[in-house]
Design a protein around this ligand. Structure first.
Ligand SMILES: [Zn+2]
Length: 890
């Protein structure tokens, strides 16, 4: 470890700032070699400090301070101090104007935080703490100021100059320079500031709000991408209409701009009126983007738009409250996605993400509550826990209060807090008041880390006609986030459930003490104690319970059930989520058994019960193609690994490969037939049906390919050649990339030639090879890391190779010789010197290291320590590595 240890910031240390900033008038002079920023800030002391005059401390990183003025007068050097990333002024007046001038170097900024260059253009990213890399400021979300921005630059290189709010002035300065001025009428924290300048083109549209405001919509992209924006624009229009319809929320400025950039650390950023997006979430044509890409774009466009209210109009008091805006906005984009396509498919996909990423995070060294208690680098807390588990917590309010109660809670939240920076408790209080519910116990979801386990046990009393269901909650894993010993307490957990009869029909559910059965067949039980029993009456036969319908709480759920019962639910449950989940549970049990068999070196065999259920799904006319494809897909090795005491990547790989192949053998004819039907029917269908069809067809192709026959190989090669959309192209290339064949070599080389001018397609080209099951994948990955088109500087490209291989290819990454681990450590060390945020994300792939066998554990530890021992390690990577290596309390 390096000698200076970065310090943690604690939630309990929050106090309001000594000074507030009323308005910030910024002026940028953009140049090739340097940029000068002048900031004129109207500052006043906190009201309750009148009489007392604490120093003003503004933060700033990598700034060269050129001049400081106070109320117009140049401040002599002894009146202020610039040191340790801050500008300090002792005893300033109660109210004053501070003007600073600084020099920054955007072209040298590889961290992609603050103001930087991408593809020759200027662009900013300020969340969470990037604004301090632009100018000295009170860079914290509770300081909300009115911003105006003047930008001066060369007309030739920067014909377009954008910032937040409305454009109020434009002027030609002569000599090839020009200037614009933007004013944002809404006070906002500095993390929502944005500036973009460069050679860009706009794809334009408009939206008329229900209140009659005509809003200009502009999607700004590099000139060659101007034909790829229609889907993003249409998604934005749908999102605006949806937010009005569902939440009564209208847009509040005359213009809404989205800019697509190639170099971006995240998905997208909701800066007021000027969103900046990773181009991956904007650009799409059927020939360049898959169905999943299209859906991803719609969701992310919606997400950033929804932030205009949940995040911008009402923002976070401090960064510990991040889930206030992110959990809520992810929930909103999930609901939007469900309404735009298929609610069942959307729900299953969202839960898959939660289980693969968040459950893993919650059982490792980075486990934290959705509202963390401490951080060293806030950038490390843009996590699946804050986002995805945070969204599940919001969903539970929705489940407990109902759609109408939730809407009343949202209305009250805006009525109380519009224009303010607030906390998660403020949100919970609005929900409790509007819903007339006591949600104090529910508040524990914000403070307790770890995934709760809910166990269910049922018994039927045939004489009384009663079914009793006992639910228990516990935390089987130690709380790795706790800095002190606080025993975790029972949570308030909504468990949606129903009862089925032996033919699979829903029974009307009546709880003991109720005079009549409930109106709906799905009921929500509220588990608030560590153990509770619910008694259902009026039953003539033993029911089959369907529990945690729609995944009503972010918990691990266990019930002792026979495989027959799981197969029954997999074939019949009326709740599509639970139906899918029963199938996953069954497959998971079987795969874990097979992995044990494989590890013992014994012969594996396919369970006939599962094979039969698989066949029923193939033949079921009531399921659409997307649901079928989801049901037919076995749990990933990552999800399976979470269920093993000691993860055995080789055995899991062998078991899963065996089962895929055995299922394909058993249902070979049906799969081939589905594939050919899919190829024939691809044309004349509506969009949603075509998507379902493609998903099912490509799922069938993947199974068929496991048999290794020439016919399947030829089908895949033909599909790659003839595909008219990227979904089919990519699916064919993915299955070919697993093979040792001439078709694979030709396919990859043809695609490279066709795709080499399009960065997003090249990302796919790298990712497909990094994810391959071929035995020589690691060697190929090393070659690709030296490929001229590879670069660690571009986050998308870096993730497509390093991220895909290390996090989505467990069998090859976890080679027993540790070469995969060495590769990741090498990449992290290189990356950390240019982009600490991205490096920290990559190094956290090591987090589950303690779950492996002793041989791998030793190799992993060695590589983590090697990263930790680097000179000049960033605090981002320092924090992850320190937590990973920390002694475990138990
Ligand atoms: Zn967000």
């Amino acid at each position: 470890m390096s000698s200076e240890k970065p310090q943690a910031v604690l939630r309990e240390d929050y106090c309001p700032p000594d000074y507030w900033i009323d308005s910030a008038d910024l002026s940028f002079d953009l140049g090739e070699e340097e940029t000068q920023v002048r900031a004129r800030l109207e500052i006043f002391r906190r009201e309750d400090l009148i009489g007392d005059s604490p120093p003003l401390i503004l933060v700033g990183e990598e700034l060269e301070c050129l001049e400081v003025r106070l109320d117009g007068e140049v401040l002599p050097a002894h009146r202020y101090r610039v040191a340790d990333d801050e500008l300090r002024i002792d005893s300033p007046p109660e109210r004053f104007q501070l003007e600073t001038r600084v020099r920054i170097k955007p072209h040298e900024n590889t961290a992609l935080s603050g103001l930087y260059r991408t593809s020759g253009n200027f662009c900013t990213q300020c969340e969470a703490m990037g604004f301090r890399r632009i100018t000295y400021f009170l860079d914290r979300p509770d300081v909300m100021a009115r911003f105006s921005t003047t930008i001066t630059a060369d007309k030739a290189s920067c014909p377009v100059m954008l910032s937040n709010g409305n454009r109020v002035e434009a002027e030609d300065l002569g000599g090839g320079r020009h200037r614009v001025r933007w004013e944002d009428p809404f006070p906002k924290p500095s993390y929502l500031f944005a500036l973009v300048a460069g050679d860009l083109r706009a794809h334009r549209g408009s939206f008329k709000t229900s209140g009659g405001r005509e809003v200009a919509l502009e999607i700004w992209v590099e000139p060659q991408n101007i034909d790829k924006c229609e889907h993003a624009l249409a998604s934005l229009q749908r999102a605006m209409a949806w937010d009005e319809r569902v939440f009564g929320l209208e847009y509040d400025l005359d213009i809404y701009m989205i800019v697509a950039v190639n170099d971006f650390n995240m998905g997208a950023m909701e800066n007021k009126g000027l969103n900046v997006f990773n181009s991956k979430y904007v650009l799409a044509l059927p020939s360049t983007a898959t169905d999943a890409d299209y859906e991803g774009i719609e969701r992310v466009i919606g997400h950033e738009y929804f932030h205009n209210w949940t995040g911008n109009r009402v923002t976070c008091r401090d960064w510990f409250q991040l889930t206030l805006k992110e959990g809520l906005t992810v929930f909103r984009d999930q609901q939007f996605g469900a309404d735009m396509s298929s609610a069942a498919v959307t729900r299953i996909e969202d839960v898959k993400i939660l289980r693969a990423a968040q459950f893993a995070e919650d059982s490792g060294p980075m486990s934290h509550p959705i509202r963390p208690d401490s951080y060293i680098s806030m950038d490390n807390f843009y996590t699946s826990t804050v986002y995805n588990k945070g969204a599940e917590v919001i969903r539970m309010y929705h489940t407990l209060l109902g759609a109408e109660g939730f809407r009343r809670g949202m209305d009250l939240y805006f009525e109380r807090h519009d224009g303010a920076a607030v906390t998660c408790d403020d949100f919970r209080d609005a929900m409790a008041t509007a819903g007339e519910r006591d949600l104090s116990q529910f508040g524990r979801w914000y403070s307790q880390a770890g995934t709760p386990l809910v166990e269910a046990e049922g018994s039927f009393d045939s004489e009384a006609g009663c079914y009793s269901l006992t639910l228990k909650q516990s935390f089987p894993e130690p709380d790795q986030s706790a800095t002190r010993e606080i025993p975790r307490q029972a949570l308030h957990i909504p468990v949606a459930m129903g009862l089925l009869n032996s033919s699979g029909e829903d029974l009307t559910v009546r709880l003991e003490g109720e005079s009549a059965p409930g109106e709906t067949q799905t009921r929500v039980l509220e588990l608030t104690q560590s153990q509770q029993t619910f008694i259902f009456t009026g039953l003539s036969q033993a029911p089959i319970p369907s529990l945690l319908r729609g995944f009503s709480a972010p918990v691990r759920f266990k019930m002792e059930r026979s495989r027959e019962e799981l197969a029954f639910l997999m074939g019949r449950d009326s709740d599509s989520f639970s139906r899918w989940d029963a199938g996953q549970q069954l497959a998971l049990d079987l795969l874990l058994d097979l992995a044990k068999t494989s590890a013992r070196g014994e012969a594996m065999a396919l369970d006939p019960l599962y094979a039969e259920a698989f066949g029923r799904i193939l033949a079921d006319p009531s399921l659409d193609g997307s649901l079928k494809a989801l049901a037919l897909t076995l749990p990933s090795e990552k999800v399976l690994g979470q269920e093993m005491e000691v993860v055995d990547p080789d055995a899991l790989f062998a078991a899963r490969e065996f089962m895929r192949k055995a299922l394909a053998q058993t249902h070979c004819d049906a799969l081939r037939e589905i594939y050919s039907r899919g190829v024939e029917r691809a044309i004349d269908e509506n969009e949603q049906d075509a998507i379902h069809q493609r998903r099912l067809k490509n799922c069938a192709l993947a199974y068929w390919m496991t048999l290794g026959g020439e016919d399947a190989l030829e089908a895949a090669a033909t599909q790659l050649e003839r595909a008219e959309n990227m979904t089919d192209t990519e699916a064919a290339l993915v299955v070919l990339a697993d093979t040792v064949s001439e078709a694979r070599d030709r396919g990859l080389s043809d695609c490279y030639d066709r795709w080499s001018e399009d960065p997003l397609l090249l990302d796919k080209w790298f990712a497909i090879q990094a994810g391959s099951r071929r035995p020589d994948t690691f060697e190929r990955v090393l070659e690709l890391a030296d490929h001229p088109a590879f670069s660690l500087k571009n986050p998308n490209r870096m993730r497509s190779l390093v991220g895909t291989f290390c996090s989505a290819n467990p069998v090859h990454f976890n080679r027993a010789d540790g070469a995969g681990y060495r590769f990741l450590a090498d990449m992290v060390i290189q990356l950390d010197s240019m982009n600490p945020q991205a490096a920290a994300r990559m190094v956290s792939i090591f987090n589950p290291w303690r779950r492996f066998d002793s041989g791998r554990k030793a190799l992993l530890k060695q590589e983590i320590e090697r990263v930790g021992g680097q000179h000049g390690l960033s605090k981002d990577v320092f924090e992850i590595v320190t937590r990973a290596l920390a002694d475990q309390s138990d």
